[in-house]
Design a protein around this ligand. Structure first.
Ligand code: SF4
Length: 405
């Protein structure tokens, strides 16, 4: 069976990261997954990402115990299930971090910072915790659903980044240091470029990494951006995947069908879905989700402008026109035979199947699509039997259209 050996190293560095959050005397900043992590690290904060905790609640399937707790507190079951499972776990005083990494609780924040480039839900979610912990909170609110990003839009976002500096100085006790910011951004850029190269290995056949591996191995680029450890990890991972490319070793020896995954992962069913594609000689070779942590605009010579640009032009924050262009490029680059849209019930921000985009994309590219209904954490929205049948039928149809072409 094909396996990526670097996973052992990944477990080690993830453990080290979480244990560093638990050390006495460290100042902790909470940040959204595509928030200004580099700026926060430049002040010496350890940075914690509640979305990563949400993903862990989903992957361990404990989310299902906690979502009803936040419902009692007034949070609708149709609200982002990262938010509802994370708040529910907090209300119950539990965390999977205990079993996974030995942490008794989520790290207490000294400062909370969010960026609504992905959704407004993060503002509600993080504000709940700011109140619970009586902690200062600051937000970046860039223009949403941008087409091509304009100079005026970036100027606005730069100002918003600069406005949080006095608060960071006050809470961290450290003066802003532009050289430290440049250095953190340089490390982040190097890691993100390595991450992009890692993902691009799946352009080859047989692909040595799939979406289901990607969502695990993306851990460091999400939670350790701006550290040497993240960069070193991707050097190690890339070495292994390059060897596998040279040896023509991949997920599926007899690769018959290459699929693109659009939308959020279904965290509680990663293994089942990964096995399902493999058993059908199909590989999910690329995704919008894993590609969302490629920030090739980072530039240490202009850290404010380049990070404002990189964090504003992410896929989730773009117009349909820009998204269609990005998707078409990815479908071509990765030679995809089909695209699966995950219609995520509690995250309309990251679901692009609701307003006819799959149909319009098919009309433009000719690439067939499938819509699967589900959720990131709330498995009540995912019908396993029905989804298996839909996916198997989709793969069969793609294969038979290839044979008859
Ligand atoms: S993008 Fe979606 S899943 Fe992520 S925090 Fe926002 S609503 Fe939740």
């Amino acid at each position: 069976m094909y396996e990526i050996k670097a996973t052992q190293e990944l477990k080690k560095i993830m453990r080290n990261y979480f244990q560093s959050l638990a050390q006495e005397g460290k100042k902790i900043a909470w940040c959204t997954s595509v928030g200004p992590a580099e700026l926060l690290r430049s002040f010496g904060f350890e940075v914690y990402f509640p979305e990563n905790h949400g993903a862990l609640l989903g992957a361990t399937r404990t989310a299902m115990e906690y979502i009803p707790e936040s419902a009692k507190y007034g949070y609708s079951n149709h609200v982002c299930s990262y938010t509802t499972s994370d708040i529910g776990a907090f209300l119950k005083g539990n965390t999977p971090l205990l079993k996974q990494y030995g942490l008794k609780s989520i790290p207490k924040p000294d400062l909370i910072v969010y960026n609504t480039n992905q959704c407004r839900e993060v503002q509600d979610w993080f504000s709940f915790f700011a109140k619970q912990f009586d902690c200062p909170i600051a937000g970046i609110h860039p223009p949403r659903y941008v087409d091509e990003v304009t100079k005026e839009e970036i100027t606005l976002v730069i100002d918003q980044h600069k406005r949080i500096i006095p608060l960071c100085e006050k809470v961290s006790g450290n003066k802003f240091n532009i050289d430290r910011f440049r250095e953190t951004l340089r490390l982040s850029k190097e890691a993100t470029m390595l991450w992009q190269t890692v993902l691009k290995t799946a352009m080859a056949t047989p692909a040595p990494i799939s979406f289901f591996d990607g969502v695990i191995h993306m851990g460091p680029i999400v939670i350790m951006r701006g550290t040497q450890q993240a960069k070193d990890y991707y050097v190690r991972l890339l070495e292994e995947l390059s060897d596998n490319l040279n040896n023509k070793t991949g997920i599926v020896a007899n690769e018959k069908c290459r699929i693109f995954w659009e939308g959020m992962p279904i965290w509680g069913r990663l293994r089942m879905l990964s096995d399902l594609f493999t058993e059908n000689n199909a590989v999910v070779v690329a995704s919008t989700y894993c590609s969302s942590w490629i920030f090739n605009d980072f530039d240490e010579s202009d850290p404010f402008e380049s990070s404002a640009l990189a964090y504003t032009k992410i896929f989730i924050n773009r117009s349909e026109k820009a998204k269609m262009k990005m998707l078409t490029n990815w479908l071509n680059e990765y030679r995809c035979d089909g695209i699966l849209f995950h219609d995520t019930k509690t995250c309309f921000n990251n679901s692009n199947a609701k307003f006819g985009m799959p149909q319009r994309l098919k009309a433009e590219t000719g690439i067939p699509f499938l819509v699967v209904e589900g959720d990131l954490c709330d498995l009540r929205f995912f019908s396993e039997g029905q989804s298996i049948t839909k996916i198997e039928t989709f793969i069969e149809q793609i294969e038979s259209s290839k044979v008859h072409a």
